[in-house]
Design a binder for this molecule. Structure first.
Ligand SMILES: [Zn+2]
Length: 576
């Protein structure tokens, strides 16, 4: 049989199967479900049927969504029934911007996320060193600048006090700075005579002695001396990270860099049946852009990885840096330092030509653009690529969009470009309200993270975290999207309050919007018959509580492809 006929036949069969399960009429006994989840408050994210009471799962798909009575019809002798105790059931969440391998490795190292004192850093570094006596290097990440006020930069002595005999190397939360102890500096051969590398700075004290703080490329001088993680360490880290992702309710992630070169590891996990999270993985493209080798790599990945678990064939690139370091590309000079205006990482013509090439190949592009000038160029390039190639519905994406010119807000909707944003980046802490807002000035700060305005003008929003820059837990992100306030309730009314998003729209950005951003809305993102059974039951009804309680949400169980991949111990006992 020719492959064309095979396709036609399987299409016919799947269409038939699909319609049988979709109807589930009382007089035509359908094949029983494997699992029924009943007595739930099901928020489906399907606009045609927003709410339901129960759902049935057969294999890895949803077989029914409806009232308890309707779904009960699919109950057979072997059907497992889960009583949800009236809790809220949602589609599983996707994280549309993540650096999964990097975050995974961080989980096996010293984790300084959320630490606010020097004493706590010392405690964690020492505890890690004590519990890992054979580890030759103590590695970690997640420290933030305000801990070291007023200079904002750490000193090697803090680490020498707790670990004098082994090298310690800790990256800042944003990856732009690093911190080494004396032992690590010595191993890297860094002393008062070492010149600064290009694009980096060895920070020195008044006597010219290195302090242990290393900016940008200077960190690499030390990092390159640390042992590289082995394949089995990486696999173990990925397993740990998948468990963590499932624990907080994630069922899919979109990798924005650092994972493409490890596709074979993800594939290894799939072959062993150990994947519990779905992956969409972009190739990270630097200027000057494409060549035959790179194109071959991307095309190979697209061919090889194209199922529900692992998908390759997207391309990520960066147009600029970040506001805090004045490296985001702006139309007008920075307000706190008019000598700086940021700089595009790409030559604009070269970028446009590269986007047109990728678009012609049908590859989806994720462009990091934070400054208003970078956002404009990304939109221009996507628009001209679509016009030149006569392509439709490519759904190219702009990542971050921290500032934007007022005229560009409506272009997301008009051009069908996805706004891929990370709510926790707008968390209005000291860094956002003082450093970030001071750097851009009040006019541009009035258009900070404009997710609501983009959506109001028909733009599609997809939410994510940028883990490990911030936690991969989506619930604090949901809360921030709604409130744009800190946990302490600051600023009153929220940071640029008109950009607060509704709960429904926020959930959509993490579910159906995320699926749309990955061209997967036909099979993911909402609880509908025929879609993948990726869902979560949570401990609180988001629709009935104060937004300030959302960040603490606990997931009771996470199901991916019909299998429960995470379950909070004893949650059923807590059911009222
Ligand atoms: Zn990122």
């Amino acid at each position: 049989m020719s492959s064309g006929k095979t396709h036609l036949l399987s299409l016919l069969i799947s269409t038939l199967l699909f319609s049988v399960s979709a109807v589930a009429a009382p007089d035509a006994p359908a094949q029983p479900a494997d699992v029924i989840i009943t007595n739930a408050r099901v928020y489906t994210v399907n606009p045609q049927q927003k709410w339901a009471e129960a759902t049935a799962i057969r294999g890895d798909r949803i077989a029914a969504v409806g009232t308890r009575k309707e779904v009960e019809l699919l109950r057979g002798p072997a059907t497992k029934v889960i009583d949800a105790g009236g809790r809220l059931l949602l589609p599983g969440f996707a994280d549309c911007h993540i650096h999964f391998m990097q975050g995974s490795l961080g989980l096996t190292r010293v984790d300084l996320n959320g630490v606010v004192t020097v004493a706590e850093i010392q405690k964690r570094v020492k505890a890690y060193a004590d519990t890992h006596p054979k580890e030759p290097w103590i590695l970690g990440m997640g420290w933030t600048y305000p801990i070291f006020a007023p200079s904002g930069l750490p000193n090697k002595k803090i680490l020498d006090d707790v670990v004098p005999d082994r090298p310690v190397y800790l990256e800042a939360f944003d990856g732009h700075s690093a911190w080494a102890n004396s032992k690590a500096l010595a191993i890297a051969g860094i002393d008062r005579n070492t010149p600064d590398p290009a694009n980096g700075e060895i920070v020195r004290d008044a006597n010219g002695e290195p302090t242990g703080a290393l900016k940008e490329a200077a960190g690499e001088l030390v990092a390159s001396r640390a042992p590289k993680p082995t394949r089995s360490e990486r696999l173990e880290a990925l397993r740990k990270a998948m468990r963590e992702a499932n624990r907080v309710g994630l069922v899919r992630v979109h990798s924005a860099g650092g994972d493409f070169e490890y596709l074979d590891l993800y594939n290894d996990l799939r072959t062993r049946g150990q994947l519990s999270l779905r992956f969409y993985i972009a190739y990270f493209l630097d200027p000057p852009g494409l060549n035959a080798d790179i194109i071959a790599k991307i095309e190979d990945a697209r061919r090889e990885y194209r199922d529900d678990w692992i998908e390759g064939g997207a391309v990520k690139t960066m147009l600029d840096g970040v506001i805090e370091a004045h490296t985001a590309a702006m139309f007008a000079p920075y307000s706190d330092d008019p000598s700086q205006v940021g700089k595009l990482f790409w030559d604009a013509d070269k970028y446009r030509a590269t986007i047109a090439d990728l678009d012609a190949r049908g590859l989806q592009v994720f462009t990091h653009a934070i400054g208003d000038k970078a956002v404009r160029l990304a939109l221009d390039a996507y628009q001209s690529a679509a016009e030149t190639n006569h392509t439709h519905d490519a759904r190219h994406r702009v990542e971050h969009i921290e500032t934007i010119a007022a005229d560009d807000i409506g272009r997301f909707g008009k051009l069908g470009v996805i706004a891929s944003m990370q709510p926790l980046h707008a968390y209005p802490d000291d860094d956002t309200l003082h450093v970030w807002a001071r750097n851009v000035g009040p006019d541009r700060a009035s258009r900070a993270w404009v997710w609501h305005s983009i959506e109001q003008q028909n733009g599609a929003i997809a939410f994510g975290s940028d883990w490990p820059v911030v936690t991969l837990n989506p619930w604090p992100g949901v809360e921030t999207a709604l409130t744009r306030q800190t946990d302490a309730g600051d600023p009153p009314g929220g940071f640029v309050p008109r950009e607060r998003l509704s709960l429904e729209d926020t959930i959509r950005a993490y579910t159906l919007g995320a699926a749309f951003a990955g061209h997967r809305e036909q099979s993911e993102g909402s609880l509908e018959v025929g879609k993948l059974a990726d869902l979560i039951l949570i401990d609180r009804d988001l629709f009935k509580i104060e937004p300030t309680e959302i960040g603490e949400t606990q997931v009771l169980f996470t199901m991916v492809g019909g299998k429960i991949v995470y379950e909070l111990p004893k949650w059923k006992r807590a059911v009222p």
